[in-house]
Design a protein around this ligand. Structure first.
Ligand code: GUN
Length: 283
């Protein structure tokens, strides 16, 4: 079985991004800049935010991390976003989700300038993706497509089953697969007889956040399995939404956790930040 290594693909793509950043800086004198905002102290979010900051530095981008207390009001957060929207040193703005319950995520996302929305969560960017004319793609689904492309796995004409329908992964993933001419099925918690769908998948993308939920008997022999889940087990180890050990016996290709989709998400964020900086330069 082919191990789809996000670690390897990430390193290659980040190398290219680093070269492009260098070139962009020398041509324009501008350093692409990203602001990452985290509210509260979700430990998983803290790890992601730290990794995003580190990744920016590694490709020569500027980044700033704003860690706000869980007691931050929505108005305070919106005021910070207004400043960031106006700040010419920042080309990308990312508010790490989830936010504390007293803050309305939809309203927050709506108040990020669409030109700086490197997550592609703003309704304007989502709409552009829907009609196939976009600047940014959401980082995780874009990372999945980059992995497939790198290994020469063409979704065209294949049965692609996406398990999960979140705005961050499942829904946009289905759209990107559709755009690449796959026949797409989206399954979710209310799907009846899930296995009957997953067993039909040539490409199975799982993004539900339940450890080892997809078992080998749910996978068609020879399928490509993309596991977006990152779950922390009681022993502290990470595992995906699919049972890697068992499925790797029958799949033709599969992403491990960690080292699969995870590193690609941040890589696509870097790519979007560079794109945003270039777009501002063109204005
Ligand atoms: N939380 C989990 N994934 C993401 C992501 O891609 N972007 C943001 N902003 N928050 C997340």
């Amino acid at each position: 079985m082919l191990v789809i290594s996000g670690k390897e693909v990430s390193a290659a793509v980040r190398q290219t991004i680093a070269e492009e950043v260098k070139e962009f800086k020398s041509e324009t004198g501008v350093t692409p800049g990203l602001a990452v905002v985290m509210v509260g102290d979700n430990p998983a979010s803290a790890v992601y935010v730290r990794n995003k900051h580190k990744a920016c530095a590694e490709v020569g981008m500027y980044s700033e991390v704003h860690t706000l207390p869980a007691s931050t009001t929505e108005e305070e957060l919106l005021a910070l976003l207004r400043q960031m929207n106006e700040n010419p040193a920042l080309h990308g703005i990312l508010v790490q989700l989830p936010l504390p319950k007293h803050i309305n995520e939809e309203r927050v996302i709506a108040n990020i300038s669409p030109e700086k929305d490197v997550d592609a969560f703003h309704a304007q960017n989502v709409g552009k993706i829907m009609i196939g004319n976009y600047s940014f793609l959401p980082c995780t689904p874009a990372g999945v497509m980059e992995l497939l492309d790198y290994y020469g796995i063409d979704p065209a004409g294949k049965n692609c089953v996406v398990v999960g329908r979140s705005n961050i992964v499942g829904k946009p993933q289905a759209l990107l697969m559709l755009e690449r001419n796959a026949t797409v099925t989206v399954c979710h918690s209310r799907t009846k007889d899930l296995a009957s769908f997953t067993k039909d998948a040539d490409i199975l993308v799982v993004a539900i956040g339940r450890p080892k939920f997809i078992t080998a008997d749910m996978v068609k022999p020879g399928a490509v399995v993309i596991d977006v889940g990152i779950n922390r087990m009681e022993d502290g180890k990470l595992c995906g939404d699919a049972d890697y050990e068992a499925i790797s016996e029958i799949a033709s290709a599969m992403t491990p956790v960690p080292g699969g989709v995870g590193p690609m998400t941040i890589t696509m964020l870097l790519k979007n930040t560079l794109t945003a900086a270039k777009n501002f330069q063109k204005k």
